[in-house]
Design a binder for this molecule. Structure first.
Ligand code: RET
Length: 133
């Protein structure tokens, strides 16, 4: 499969504000977070995955096994409890986050030397593009 491992720097972040709003993230956090430079550190080893979202303000980290549902708590984001499952759809990593909010999840894929990420919840889609550090 595709290897997403590496350190990635956020290049574009489309609709992140609306994504945070739909998650009911408070105004003060949103105002700070929308301008943050974000770095993703991805460690992919067989079917194990660690994804760190790093910023000067706050970090968020998940570790998971692809294909196995796990309990996710989005601590420091919207602080919800989710049943999360990440799996392959072709060369795309697809995540579904079951919980209070409908249609919640994300997708990761590569295009050329860039990492694309779509974060979605209800009818809102945020599209982020990262370049390799
Ligand atoms: C930051 C800064 C503090 C406020 C918010 C943040 C949002 C992080 C998000 C991370 C999503 C990570 C995923 C990783 C999976 O690959 C940047 C930590 C709201 C939404 C889905």
């Amino acid at each position: 499969p595709v290897d997403f491992s590496g350190t990635w720097i956020l290049e574009t972040n489309n609709n992140f504000e609306d994504y945070m709003k739909i998650l009911n993230i408070d105004l003060v956090t949103r105002k700070v977070a929308v301008h943050l430079s974000q770095t993703k550190v991805i460690i992919q080893d067989e079917n194990k995955l660690t994804i760190k979202t790093l910023s000067t303000f706050r970090n968020y980290e998940i570790s998971l096994t692809i294909g196995e549902e796990f309990d996710e708590c989005t601590k420091g984001l919207d602080n919800r409890k989710l049943k999360t499952l990440v799996s392959w759809e072709g060369d795309t990593l697809v995540c579904t986050q079951k919980g209070e909010k409908a249609n919640r999840g994300w997708k990761h894929w590569l295009e050329g030397d860039k990492l694309h990420m779509e974060l979605y919840c209800e009818d809102v889609v945020c599209h982020q593009v990262f370049i390799r550090k």
